[in-house]
Design a protein around this ligand. Sequence first.
Ligand code: AMP
Length: 279
Amino acid sequence: MEIIRNPKIMLDTCRGFAMKGASIGFVPTMGALHDGHLALIRASSVENTINVASIFVNPMQFGPQEDFAKYPRDMDADIAKLKQERVDILFMPDPASMYPKGFSSSIDVGDISTKLCGAYRPGHFDGVATVVAKLFIIVQPMRAYFGRKDYQQTLVIKRMAADLNIPTEVVVCPTVREADGIAMSSRNRYLSQEQRQGATVIYRTLTESAERLKSGQGPMEVSQWMQQALRAEPLVTEIQYAAAYDHETLVGLEEFKGRALLAVALKMGDTRLIDNVLI
Ligand code: AMP
């Protein structure tokens, strides 16, 4: 596995591969790697001739009050994990090379980025769209792999790629969970043992809500039940959203016609957790 830190060298290297006809598969991450990330890396490795991963904690997608400074960084462990997989290149730029002095562009994907998480994290999806566009230009992937755990992010990136004529295929992979149902997340490291146990309420609530919806309960009623079920866990300190949504527009669902997104964002202490189930 080759490690490249310089964006210009990365671009030249990837362009060389692309010109020789290689299909580049790409998995962008912020590191603190877990099995959710590794599942994306494995999916990419079987579908492409060159497999590229990146680790970059992107300052542009964190708000001023958010956890950029304390976001878990564990480079040695991450590199050891990636060496166990088939990864040809790891791109690890530093913030100054991605956002040099004078940098001032931003990609606003519009409506879809203002819903759900966008309402609680202003500017977050502009930061995500901008860094992913930059990474797509540098890596020139034929396919890029994202997790369904960040469902809204996948909609934002698909919209951005379509709008900007970026030829990369955006592949969405299923959410990888712990044995007790909790979605794997780098931020789970912040949780105390009690909070970790309390957080199991999220997936329990999502799966039971899905059953309720499928067995004929109306989306409004199910959404109210979700709020109630989550509020019953005393370690949940704030519910930001918990409801049934249209899986394409992220507007609150009024009538269930076989497709829905059930999504939750809440805080346990200072830790913000998100999860969803797609029907
Ligand atoms: P992050 O490092 O949190 O920016 O995540 C990098 C990529 O891994 C994103 O596409 C995430 O959606 C994906 N990812 C994170 N957690 C999971 C998970 N539990 N299952 C599947 N994909 C995940």
